[in-house]
Design a protein around this ligand. Structure first.
Ligand SMILES: [Zn+2]
Length: 303
């Protein structure tokens, strides 16, 4: 009996040690928003320990690092973030981390001529580039390059996965345009909680209006609600949309204001804009969230 107990004890210690070394062997890659985390999972597969900092429903514009996040970032071997001022409260941390380890904005190689610079956004570029899939393909290339320099011995795996992912993104890009084309041109008007769809509108030819601005740091005022109410009534917009990472109350106030003036606007399916869905759902991947959004938009606007 004693020998058996000793055997079990030694076996368990051995198992623990092997698990421990296994995880330590893999580089740790920490991403801020889910859409970057999703790319890392696709391109790196099981070659890295991928950690996403911001889960479902989290607004990156307002996100502040917790003590736990600082620990996670300190332990990371590579940090990937969107940049373009999206994670505006984390900039100092990235600066500090970049002195110790590769810390990369995945949007850094997108040509400035492809970026939107809305006049009302204080001289900053619009950070929501993932809504133009062809621009997000450039971000995927950045992720691939960062993984190869971090872990050159697995270059072949990253290369094959990256090629495969680029193909999927190219297919997604074409599919979105075909779907949007099914909405009659005079009904292509997308009203959402905040201005996340600028790149989407430009690329896929649909007019977009956000109730709040590019960032969610300031709420919409009565004037904004009145302005968007007018647009909805003039264009007989059938459906407006809430977003998973923005509180619903302002879109509900907008609906009430429109209804009060005799036009019955509906609230459509929840869209995933700055955060993805739950990790065990299709919307918990970048491609899944985009498909969900496009289907919901087409369904809502064709009414
Ligand atoms: Zn946003």
């Amino acid at each position: 009996m004693k020998t058996l107990k000793l055997f079990i004890l030694l076996f368990s210690i051995g198992l623990l040690l092997s698990c421990n070394t296994q995880t330590k062997e893999k580089p740790i890659v920490v991403s801020t928003i889910g859409m970057i985390h999703s790319m890392v999972e696709e391109i790196a597969g099981n070659k890295v320990t991928a950690i996403g900092l911001m889960g479902p429903g989290i607004d990156p514009h307002l996100y502040k690092a917790s003590a736990g996040d600082i620990k996670t970032l300190t332990e990371a071997d590579l940090i990937l973030y969107n940049g373009l001022h999206l994670e505006s409260k984390l900039i100092d941390i990235f600066e500090k981390m970049s002195k110790k380890k590769p810390t990369k904005a995945v949007t850094s190689s997108i040509p400035k001529t492809n970026l939107l610079k809305p006049t009302e956004y204080d001289g900053f570029y619009d950070p929501h580039v993932w809504f133009d899939v062809s621009l997000w393909q450039l971000a995927a290339k950045e992720v691939f390059d960062a993984l190869v320099s971090l872990d050159p011995k697995n270059k072949l795996t990253y290369e094959l996965n990256h090629q495969d992912y680029q193909q999927k993104l190219a297919n997604l890009d074409r599919w979105i345009q075909l779907e949007i084309n099914t909405i009659p041109p005079n009904q292509r008007l997308l009203v959402t909680a905040h201005d996340a769809f600028g790149y989407f509108g430009k690329k896929y030819n649909i007019q977009v209006v956000g109730l709040q601005g590019i960032s969610t740091t300031s709420e919409a005022g009565t004037k904004d609600i009145q302005h968007v109410t007018n647009i909805i009534i003039q264009n007989k917009v059938p459906t407006i949309f809430i977003e998973s990472s923005v509180p619903v109350r302002q879109i509900e106030a907008l609906k009430a204001a429109v209804n009060a003036r005799g036009w019955n606007v509906e609230i459509g399916e929840e869209l995933f804009t700055d955060a993805m869905g739950d990790s065990d759902t299709i919307e918990g991947t970048y491609i899944g969230m985009i498909k969900h959004n496009v289907k919901s938009i087409v369904f809502g606007l064709k009414k």
